[in-house]
Every structure is written in structure tokens, then in C-alpha cells.
Unconditional design. Sequence first.
Lengths: 763, 82
Amino acid sequence: MGNEEKQSKILGDGKSKYRVIGTRPVRPDGVDKVTGRANFGADLQIADMIFGRVVRSPHAHAKIKSINVKKALALPGVKAVITAADFPELDKSDIAAGEVTVSFHDMSLNVIARKKALYDGHAIAAVAATSPEIAARAAELIEVEYQVLKPVMTWKQAMDPKSPLLHDGMITKGVKPPPEKPSNVNARHEFALGDLAAGFAEADVIVEHEFSTETVHQGYIEPHACVASMSADGMATVWSSSQGQFMVRAQVAKLCGMDISKIKAIPAEIGGGFGGKTLVYLEPLAVALAKKSGRPVKMVMTRDEVFRATGPTSGGHGRCKIGAKKDGTITAADLELEYEAGAFAGSPVMLGCMTGTTPYDIKNMRAVGYDVVVNRPKAAAYRAPGAPVAAFVVESTMDILADKLGMCPLELRLKNAAKEGTKAPYGPKFLRIGYEETLLAAKNSKQWNTPLGPNQGRGIASGFWFNIGGNSSASVALNEDGTVIVVTGNPDIGGSRASMAIMTAEVLGIEVSRVKPLVADTESVPYSDLTGGSRVTFATGKAVIEAAQDVVKQLRQRAAKVWEIDPDQVEWKDGMAVAIETDKYKPLSIADIAKVAGKTGGPISGKANINAQGAGPGFGTHICDVEVDPETGFVKVLRYLAIQDVGTAIHPSYVEGQLQGGAVQGIGWALNEEYVYSKEGNLLNTGFLDYRVPVASDMPMIDTILVEVPNPGHPYGVRGVGEVPIVPPLAAVANAVSHAIGKRVSALPISPPKLLAIIQSKG
Amino acid sequence: MAKVVLPLDAARTFANGVTHVEIEASDVRSLLRALDLRFPGIGQRLRTGTAIAVDGEIFQDPYLELVKPNSEVYFLPAIEGG
């Protein structure tokens, strides 16, 4: 792999208090996944199943004048055709779905267009037939008459008052007084602390720079896929790959005009989501087709459809101005961001405003963000939504500031690092956080102290994400032989089955191999929020711990019954019931108690239904070393180190995997990935050959250092870890390349032709 | 009295731009009621898609969380994730 120094280590107090937490057992779902036995969204086959196909707009911006489905319906084998007319028209009440607030009204129009096609690939109609080939032929026979409109493809075009409007009546929110005329700007957000002008007046040095990024896709390997069936009495069953079966149920119910109780959502295994599967695309169409045809309907997107019609994340623009004293103390920061939301309002620009400067203690700051609609697919969540682009803007400007001050960029960050008690840009003061520890770990790392060669550069950047809790349910049931089943309602994306099993085993004091974790459907476990926001190990883990503690309480009671003593006289120690202050009774194992459960009160199980609070924020610092070929502009990543405050690593391998995966996605964002559109607004690179994500042979080993600063809001100190690692890489890479060539790189991706032009430019 | 900081847009819409206020309340529910009495309409705005930070701890979907006499309370957008 070409890596000169490898390190993967955990920095903590060195004294593990735990029996199971911190160990690295094989994941319970691992064998099925590596042998191909696991069932993903596209794997389900059921009797009488037919196949759905979506008709998509070839235009980025067009009025739909008419849709004629007669020829398609006449084709033998076609069982149903649907258009927007088959769905209820919804009002504009907002909900939170994923981390991007969307309205069901907009979601409905995104799933299937009603009057206007708003991006290349927008669903217009769908057909179901007895074979995928017939469905494809029928889709071609559906005649759609369009009035083609001028597309609005970038934030800059969209904010030009002369550009066409995507939506009638979009009045910019967050502006007082409200604008009189509609525009393509959905909202202006502002966060501020202190006195900006006074802060800049105090500064000895002020730097200001502008940056831009392109639309990028989450790039999950598994395309969206589902099967839906409807019973004669109107009960729907939906099998699909998603980040939350309860989310699927709720959104399908709303979009199809059904009661939640009439829908059962069964989670398939998921081949990557990264936020992009926190909402539905195919499921409502499949349900409508199943309802109309009376047959189960399977729908699987092609890669082309995934790129054209499912959630990328916003491209955008940013400007940052930072003032500092000669000693590096930052006195003020002013951040402005414009994010492209896609065809409907709701980019993550507000989260960009809330996160960009958060690693630093800045008394005077302002962050202003504009949410802008353009004729691209509606942005969906993508790991730490909004934060990577904001961090690219701020962390690059920090690098420029360090250069101007003649200061080491790491020392500049240390000088201004947020600590316990620092006020975040969005208001509250931090409780215990570990950002400073990540910088100290970076300073002491081998990579930071490795000399660089010719045409090589090193970049450092930091990042922040809030992490969240939320609603989670869990049950823990004791089998007759003392083995245990733990059931939760969250699809396992990043190894959460293993984490749930480990925490259950820790509470019960048993081997993790004796715990089987299950992910249940919507009728087999109470409600849980979706898998997202780095919440599952924290929040669902908390529910699992409470459910396991409930079991321990019952185990003590049962042992007390066996011994005919008070339950308070029984403690649970190392997986055994032990009578306190007497050796009269032989300790009882969990298997001993399970064996006689019928005699002491019946089966034993515990449950917990919680809204978990106390999520601890996360900070990361990344170091990237690159070498630039001055003749081609090609960038080779030589070494990469991701350091993060992870709270407590329940299963360190999966925590390291989160850091490595986030870093690689961020490196791809920085170097290669972008949506390329024709001037008519058609997406040109709809496959992985042309939309280039990094592959293993492109990358060095991504080294990691897990800094363990336990979160006081979790019994085992867990912090979410999945989002932070995609925040720093954009700037870490850009800073490294800028140092390698001696010129500032301000636009992503840093593709070879673009970089070569910068290298060859004067100035 | 808890020290309450209102979001800029809510302050501009409902509170004549006043962002810092002191409110007597024992929990989030009573705090929202008191704010609504002082600035009619702000309660509904702050109950929608909003999280609350009380003394640095962020609560999503808050309702019964305790507020102390000297607590610092901030409203911020509800945050989810990818």
C-alpha cells in the first residue's frame, strides 16, 4: 500500500474498566455478508412478483403538458401504470427526515413529478409488468409532452434575479422585511456571537478567501431497491434497503395516503447509505403499483438512476474572513455560505453555518447561509451534512492565516481550540470535549514529524459534528439455555449489531458469543428513529443497556426466590447472581437461572423505550501528505492519519472503520468526485467509471488514532463517531496540495487538469 | 431566573429583535409557556423543529427537561444526521 508508517492506536487512560467493551469480536453479520448469503434490497423474490420501472424526465427543467399511458397499458404483460394522479396532493407541513428538513409536499413531488420536471431524471410515471424487459419497453411507450424551460444549474445562476424561477411563490425566509418578489433562494440563516466589527478592529492580521465545491453523491454500492405487496384488505408490506424501517413506514403512509398501521416495513441488509437512504424514492411507487396491479412489485434502480435521481449533497460556495492577533489569537471570523439544495428547498447550509468555526473559541463571529434551489436532484443527507463544505472553507482559511502569521497551522489550531466551557457558534457552552486532545495526538504523531520530499505537501484540518440521541427501543430476552437475544429497530450500517451485542454482554457479564443481536421489522419492535446522525451506538445502545439492566434486576429477583432471600441481598457480579455477605448459597449463572425460569415466574426479558439525551459532540483532526506530479497535476495521497475523540470505542475495529471510510469519502470529494452537467442540464457522468470514487488501490492505509474522552451523557462514555471523519478531509487534502505546489487551491475537486492549470498559471 | 437566548429570526419576528431575556421556569414546558405569554406566537415557532440547550446539554424534542434558576438556555435547530 506504499505506506511508510502505520499506526492504529487508542489513546485513553490505559485502564479498561470493562470486560467486553473495547474487544474486537467478529461481527455477527460478517459471515453472511462476505459469503453473499445476506439479503439486500434487490435479493428478495416472492411468488407472483412483477417488476416496476420508472419513466424519468430527460429535461432538467420543463412543464409537463400531458402524459399518455395508453400504448404502455396495451402492451401484453403490463399490469399497471401510475402517475402523480395516483397519489394524494399534500400540504406544505414540514417534517424532519434525516438531518435535512423536508416537507411531505416537496417529498411527494420529488418521488413523482406533478406539473413540472425539476431535474434530469425526475420521476414522471412508473409501470409494472411481468418481466423487467416488458416494463422497460412499456416505459418507452409512455408519451410525455414537455414544454422545455431554461435550466438553472448553479447557485450563482439561481441567485441572479433574471434567472427563471423553479417554484412560484418562493419567498426567502429569514429576511426581514420579507422580500416582495419570489426567488430561487429559500432561506437565509444567520448565527452570530459577540461584536464582529470590534473583533476585526482588534486584529493585527486579517485574511479573506473564497472557495467552491461541486455536487457529490454518497456513492453507496447498493442501488435503491424494494418489494411491495398489498393484501386484499389493504395491508401493505414493504421490504427495502433503507436507514430506517420506521422512516419507510411513516413516509410511505403519508405519501400514499394510508394509515401507518396498514403498513409493515421489513428492513433488508443495507449496502451503504451514508445519509442517502434516510428517505424514500421507490417505495411509494412500488406500493401504488402493487395496489393497482394486485401483484407484489419489485423495483431496483440502475446506477444511472441512482446518480440522476437520488440524493447527492450540495455543491456550493463559501467566503471566509478571519482576523487574528500576531500571537495567533483569533479575534473575529465571518463566514458566508451558499449551498445548492437541488430542486426543492432544504440544503444543509444551516448546519454548515453551525459547524464551520465550531472547533475554535472565537468570541466574535458570524455565519450566514443561503439555501438555493437549482435544477439538480434534491440534496439528501450525507455524513455530517453541511459540515464538510463549511470546514473546507474555514480550515483552508485557517491555513492561509497560519501562513500569513508565519505560524505552524497545528499550533494556530491549538492556540484557539475549543475546550470545555467554550461557547459554540450556535450558543451553548461545551461540556467535556476532546478536540484539544486530537491536536496533541496529531502533534505527537509519527506522520506529523515525518520529513517531506520534493513536490510533496502536508495538510492538517479539523472538523466537528454535534451527534444526536433520539428515540430508540430495545428488548433483551433470555433463552432457556442462558443465551440472549437483543432486538432493536435500527438497520445495521456500521457494525451496530456487534456494538449492541457487546453492550448487552457487558451488562450481563457474559461472553459476547452468547448474545445474538437482531434488527426487527416495524411490527416486532417498538418505534425507533432511523439509523443516522451517529446516534445508534449512543442512543439505541443506551436502550439496550437499560433493557439488559432490566434483565439483571429480574435475574437477581429469580435468584432471591431460589434462595428464599430478599432481592436486595443479591448482587450481579461477573455474570453470576451472588448472595451478599454470605457464602451459604452457591452463585447462580445466567444459565442456571434460565433453566428454572419456569419455576420462578416464567420467561425473563427486559425492555426499554427511551428518547436518549446527552449525546456528546465529536471532533476530529486529520493529517494528509500528498505528492503532486507537476507535469500532469495528478495528486497521490502518500500518508493519511485520522484522529478523533470517540468517547469510548465499543468495538474499536468498527470505530476505526468509520474513520477510514469517512476519510476516504472526503478524499474522493476533494480530488475526484463531481456531477458534470451538459449545458442543457443533463448529467453526463452517471456511472462509477466517470464518477470516480477512490478505490483501495488509490489509497494508502488510512491510519487512525482513537482518542477516548468519555461522554458523561452515556453509561459507557459513548460518542457518535460516523459523521466527524468526513468533515476534515476536504481541507486536509486541499491544504496539502496547496503546500505541495506553493499556490492556494480554492475549488474542488482538485482534478489533474484543474490543478495543472493552477500550477502553470502565473501568480 | 433562567437566562434565555432566542434564535435571531424568532427574536426579529416575535420579540422586536430582543435575543436575551430572563424567564422564571422550572422546566422547558413552563419556559415555553412563559415565553409565549411575553411574546405571543413565539411558543409555536420554538416548538417546531427546535432543540434546546440547557447549561450546555442539548435536548432534542424537549418538553419536561428541568430548568434551574440560573440556567443558560439556547434554542437551536433540531439536528439529525446522515
